[in-house]
Design a protein around this ligand. Sequence first.
Ligand SMILES: [Zn+2]
Length: 52
Amino acid sequence: MDESPRYCRRCGERLVTGLVATSRRHCCLNATPIVGACPEHGPVGPHDAVEQ
Ligand SMILES: [Zn+2]
């Protein structure tokens, strides 16, 4: 398990991870990995997630 918190690069909000984020992934049509869900921007990929 990766327990390091991630933050949205655009607004700095902490991303929600876990079942909430993963369950929101679109089926096969979208293969982009979702790091977490931003309260402002929704699902966030690796490019928009920072550790601090
Ligand atoms: Zn955001």
